[in-house]
Design a protein around this ligand. Structure first.
Ligand code: FES
Ligand code: FE2
Length: 377
């Protein structure tokens, strides 16, 4: 069993927040794209979202548009959204379904769903041209507990290796079989790191989230992951049979065979560099974060329930969705205010409190990942 410690025990004295340029500089953003988002495993969403062959989702990673698509053989693959003829974007829709092929809108080069080029008008007249030399450029794809991940690295670290501290950790939450009830996309005018820092502490909860603070005391948390790329722990749900919902009651069947202590806990984990997971007794919420420049982040939030919940009469996922949609928006707004402030010439790094130890640990991990031994002024 993991060992949990109080946030104050995991705290290291003396750490300050990151300097302004980490939130504003195009150069640092380019370094992040190169050293983090082009190398790490990134959560795309649920594998079940791409239910049938041809189903695809488009995501922008490190400035690259990537198509993630289920093939006719059932396998999910990721391709750069770049035609091998003259480089044109193949696809503009954020989500959808291809027929059996993907056709470039410019000169109709046509690819199968596994990336093979099968049609290239007039190229037969070109000396030495062989369609086999021009498949779509691929990126790595892997799944973990029903979640789909992609990795742009040429030689990506195996996901099971990268995720070793997480493998099996959430088994009781039955993640692989949960089903999505709702998905909401947000557009936040804040640097992605502010959103991780915000997720990693509840010092702000009584101030920003009065609804949340009523259901779970902000000082109730303990953490079992407090150094490294995966960080978090639990907070206590005060009410018996309660959850984080508008009604304060659980709104679905238990997500798994949860031991008694887990029925009154919500677990929050950040999974570097683009995923947040929040495990409640009756549902699992996850966020994926997609930086778009130093000052903007697209966020997708999704709510997963046990398949049996969908069959229950009166099942109302909105009880959870509305609660977190409101809470999310409170967080996004405060992060936008933080972005505005840290971009100011008046801002200088401030001291973290013992209640923000996980945010500080996240910053340390970020600096390691980008290869800065200390934050740069
Ligand atoms: S650029 Fe795609 S077919 Fe010409
Ligand atoms: Fe918050």
């Amino acid at each position: 069993m993991p060992t949990f410690v109080k946030p104050t025990q995991a705290y290291q004295q003396g750490q300050r927040t990151l300097p302004r340029q980490y939130y504003t500089s195009p150069d640092i953003y380019a370094e992040e794209a190169d050293r983090i988002f082009s190398r790490r495993w990134l959560c795309v969403g649920r594998a079940a979202e791409l239910a049938d062959s041809g189903d695809f989702v488009l995501r922008t990673v490190a400035g690259e548009s990537i198509i993630v698509v289920r093939g006719q053989d059932g396998a999910v693959r990721a391709f750069y959204n770049v035609c091998r003829h003259r480089g044109t974007r193949l696809c503009e829709e954020p989500r959808g379904r291809f027929s059996e092929t993907v056709q470039c809108p410019y000169h109709a080069w046509t690819y199968t769903l596994d990336g093979t080029l099968i049609g290239a008008p007039h190229m037969g007249e070109v000396a030495g041209f062989d369609k086999r030399d021009y498949p779509l450029r691929a990126a790595a794809v892997a799944t973990w507990d029903g979640f789909l991940f992609l990795n742009l690295a040429r030689e990506s670290e195996p996901l099971e290796h990268a995720f070793a501290p997480l493998v099996g950790r959430f088994r009781r939450f039955n993640l692989a079989t949960l089903r999505s009830a709702r998905r909401i996309d947000y557009d936040v005018q804040a640097n992605w790191k502010l959103l991780f820092q915000n997720f990693s502490e509840c010092l702000h909860c009584p101030v920003i989230h009065p609804g949340l603070a009523k259901l779970t005391p902000y000082t109730s948390g303990e953490n079992d992951l407090f150094e490294g790329p995966y960080l978090g722990g639990y907070m206590v749900i005060t009410k018996q049979g309660g959850s984080l919902t508008m009604s304060g009651r659980a709104c679905g069947a238990p997500v798994g065979e949860l031991p008694a202590e887990d029925r009154n806990r919500v677990y929050f984990y950040s999974i570097f560099p683009n995923m947040l997971v929040s495990l409640h007794p009756d549902y699992v919420m996850f966020h994926t974060l997609w930086p778009d420049g130093p000052r903007r982040t697209a966020i997708t939030c999704e709510w997963l329930f046990h398949p049996e919940s969908f069959a229950q009469s009166g099942f109302d996922p909105d009880d959870a969705v509305r609660f977190w949609d409101e809470t999310n928006r409170q967080d996004w707004h405060i992060c936008e205010l933080a972005q505005a402030g840290v971009a100011s010439r008046a801002y200088e790094p401030g001291p973290y409190s013992p209640r923000e130890g996980i945010s500080a640990a996240w910053d340390r991990e970020f600096l390691r990942a980008i290869g800065h031994t200390a934050s740069r002024e």
